[in-house]
Design a protein around this ligand. Structure first.
Ligand SMILES: [Zn+2]
Length: 443
């Protein structure tokens, strides 16, 4: 595979040189925020912070965090886009929406300049994920609203690859179009890649590898970074699975995994300043190899909806050792989202980690599972109820149940009550998988 970079200069830049660029952009952006954003004028005013108190990125820790709920509230109180939206409507060229996984969706506007920045970051990330101009990419993700749609189209076109917009819920069209056009790359969620593999096997009696996808460009949920899920997809398709991650308030795809598969590279070097924090205390953590925490973004180049110290609620592990691809940026694995986290007797458990354990039992399990919650989390009284699908060939269900429970206890340190259900019982997902089923009425 060709090992070129999308922007060699910035992607191989040393830390000091990059910091200089970031400082210049930070200072300019902060001037802009202080002058234009009613949202931040009020927020910083409340804390008694003055512009001159913040001299460099080092002082960033003195600024308060921005929570998603504050943006939502600002939008409800000051429609249409909230007081954090500082661009006039005649400069705004598109309005997207966050996926709404945590409440009412919020809108995100972009100007022509923001669009250029988004396209650059997203293209850099997709290029890291091995998308090349010669590729024919089948886009099996919705094109509407969601930032994984149109902005990805723009970025794919910017790279020069051929973008084939198919969308969701059209698996037959994916199969037919891929065959006729010779599509070699598939952009979708990891859940859909699995769904499609099962679908073609059942309906077309076809091995998924015969589809010809040698590149699976996945994102929007943690699956692509779950080791057993990734391995399974690579075996199914005989292709490279590369994971990406973005944020609708920051940029569509900010991280992209290179073929070395040692985590996703940060690809918004001069556009976003990332921080790692302790999610409980809010204290900034050093970005050193192996560090774990929550990602926080400060946008360095945004006209419409600039955000400062925005808490993503994404829990990540950082890797800083050199990567063979030559990119100098740090890499991450996403462990999960704070909103999905469960706490069992003080132990944090992420659904994607449970999925990893259940999938490691393939072919005895199908890999499909769902967590049942009687009451709202994150605190759960053990045992945690999990439904797991067993494969038709599996005869010894008592043993399998015990082995699954033991493995979950050994690896993730919590007590589970596994209920085995026949293959095909649990829902399949064509977009993001929902690994938690709420058995209670939501307030
Ligand atoms: Zn790399």
């Amino acid at each position: 595979m060709d090992d070129t970079l999308f922007n060699e200069q910035i992607e191989t830049m040393g830390a000091e040189e990059l910091r200089t660029i970031q400082e210049i952009k930070f200072s300019k952006q902060l001037d802009y925020v202080w002058q234009k954003s009613l949202f931040y004028q009020k927020k910083f005013g409340k804390y008694g912070i003055k512009r001159e108190d913040i001299k460099s990125l080092e002082d960033l820790i003195h600024l308060p965090f921005t929570e998603k709920d504050e943006l939502r509230k600002s939008q409800e109180e000051h429609p249409p886009l909230g007081t954090h939206c500082v661009a006039p409507m005649d400069d705004i060229i598109r309005i997207h929406s966050s996926s709404g996984t945590t409440g009412i969706p919020t809108f995100v506007g972009i100007t022509r300049h923001d669009h250029k920045v988004w396209t650059d970051i997203t293209a850099r990330s997709l290029y890291a994920k091995s998308v090349r101009p010669t590729d024919i990419l089948i886009h099996a993700v919705g094109l509407t609203f969601f930032v994984g749609g149109l902005p990805v189209k723009d970025a794919i076109e910017h790279i020069g690859a051929a973008f084939v917009p198919i969308g969701t819920g059209a698996s037959d069209r994916v199969v037919m179009t891929t065959k006729r056009l010779g599509g070699n790359a598939l952009h979708c969620t990891p859940s859909y890649a699995q769904y499609l593999a099962d679908y073609v096997r059942k309906k077309y009696h076809m091995d998924p590898s015969e589809l010809g996808f040698r590149k699976l460009v996945v994102g929007a949920e943690p699956g692509g970074g779950v080791p057993t899920v990734k391995k399974r997809l690579q075996n199914e398709y005989q292709g490279l699975v590369s994971e990406g991650m973005g944020n609708s308030d920051a940029a569509p795809i900010i991280f992209g995994e290179c073929p070395a598969q040692q985590g996703m590279h940060f690809c918004a070097q001069e556009y976003i300043f990332p921080e790692l924090i302790d999610p409980d205390s809010g204290e900034a953590l050093p970005m050193k190899d192996g560090a774990e925490g929550e990602l926080v973004y400060t946008l360095l180049d945004r006209e419409c909806c600039p955000v400062v110290r925005f808490r993503t609620r994404d829990r990540i592990t950082i890797f800083t050792d050199p990567c063979e691809c030559g990119r100098t940026s740090f890499r991450i694995r996403c462990i999960g989202r704070t909103d999905d986290m469960l706490i069992l007797l003080g132990v944090n458990v992420f659904p994607s980690a449970i999925k990893d354990v259940i999938t490691s039992f393939r072919p005895r399990t199908t890999g499909d599972m769902i967590i049942l919650l009687d009451k709202p989390g994150p605190k759960v009284e053990p045992p945690l109820k999990i439904q797991v699908e067993y494969s038709p060939g599996e005869k010894n269900l008592d043993t399998l149940k015990k082995e699954l429970e033991t493995s979950l206890r050994d690896k993730l340190v919590f007590r589970a009550d596994v209920e085995l259900v026949p293959e095909g019982t649990l829902p399949r997902f064509e977009m993001k998988a929902n690994l938690i089923k709420k058995l209670y009425e939501e307030a």
